[in-house]
Design a protein around this ligand. Structure first.
Ligand code: CP
Length: 340
């Protein structure tokens, strides 16, 4: 089956290129093929060209309605989805749990059904419970659902923007060594990034305190049967060793409450062993990129000089997030039979 069809709308065809593979929802990356990821990254490239114009506006989603439904705090994801929708001329409505009828006890499902009844095309949801976007996708037949982060489970749009950022800088993802360091156990970003980077042929190495590595991955090092997820990665709790020859080093946010929960000996010890610093980066490949999904605890998981130094692509990740989310909104909203 052909992966794409040509758009005929003249004012956008140059930038956006093609109508991508039909897909109704984006819930995680585990059901994306390599071809589909490649297609999203290619579409995002066209979207980035739109974002570079003096007038950042194309009529691709004119007449479409997107609701961002956030039950958790967000700066990057929520604003970038809003910007993405607006650049594509969709009407974007932002809803937080705070101030909504969720505060009166309305269930997530009834909230979703209510939004669907208003004729909305796409719901972008962030929720503290893993699986919340799946619930909506299962029960709402007229809207597309995009997972903007669910519990500890997944953050697929973050992973796609991370893939885009690396591919944009290094040309290809195949064969790269990507080191993800920090609190992998509680990181939905890490879980989606592992799927994405591994699917695209990169080698993923996780580093951090053993207590913050997913237990199935730690068991695998003791020759207990590995899950498919575990088979995608290696774990090396010694960051100085793990970082050797890395093309990409991604630091994850350390939630300081983990210390009270007994996951860490102390923040000082964490900084000493796992902070991404100039000295440690010397061990990586020359020109290695440093990433962070944000928000950062500067001076804890990443030094100030690295966070704002020449190897950091953290701000580019944010910029690319808008382009990648434009590509996804476009793909989901202009599905088969939906062109105007
Ligand atoms: N990376 C990320 O999800 O950031 P926000 O929480 O600010 O959206």
């Amino acid at each position: 089956m052909s992966l794409s069809r040509t758009i005929e709308t003249p004012e956008i065809s140059g930038a956006l290129g093609t109508v991508p593979t039909p897909r109704k929802h984006v819930l995680d990356l585990d059901d994306f093929s390599r071809e589909e990821i490649t297609e999203v990254l290619g579409s995002a490239r066209g979207m980035k060209e739109v974002l570079g114009r003096d007038i950042k506006k194309v009529p691709a989603l004119r007449g479409k309605v997107i609701v961002t439904l956030f039950y958790e705090a967000s700066t990057r994801t929520r604003i970038s989805f809003e910007e993405a929708g607006k650049v594509l001329s969709a009407d974007v409505i932002n809803m937080s749990a705070s101030g909504s009828s969720a505060e009166k006890g309305e269930s997530l499902l009834n909230t979703g059904l209510t939004i669907q009844a208003m004729g909305v095309d796409t719901i972008v949801i962030r929720h503290p419970h893993s699986g919340a976007p799946y619930l909506l996708a299962q029960h709402l037949d007229k809207v597309s659902v995009i997972n903007a982060g669910d519990g500890l489970h997944a953050h697929p749009t973050q992973a796609l923007l991370d893939l885009y950022t690396v591919q944009d800088k290094l040309g290809s993802l195949e064969g790269l060594k990507v080191v993800i360091v920090g609190d992998v156990l509680h990181s939905r970003v890490a879980r989606s990034d592992i799927w994405g980077f591994a699917k695209m042929g990169a080698k993923v190495v996780l580093s951090g305190p053993a207590t913050l590595m997913p237990p199935d991955l730690m068991r695998s090092s003791k020759n207990i049967a590995r899950s498919h997820f575990a088979s995608l990665v290696e774990v090396d709790t010694d960051l100085d060793r793990a970082i050797e020859g890395a093309d990409v080093v991604m630091a994850l946010r350390l939630q300081q409450e983990r210390q009270n929960a007994g996951f860490l000996p102390s923040i000082r010890e964490y900084i000493r062993r796992w902070q991404v610093t100039d000295d440690r980066l010397e061990r990586a490949k020359p020109g290695a990129m440093v990433m962070h999904p944000g928000p950062m605890n500067e001076g804890i998981e990443i030094s100030n000089s690295i966070a704002h130094g020449g190897s950091s692509v953290i701000e580019e990740q944010v910029t690319n997030g808008v382009a990648v989310r434009m590509a996804l909104l476009y793909q989901l909203t202009i599905g088969p039979g939906q062109e105007s």
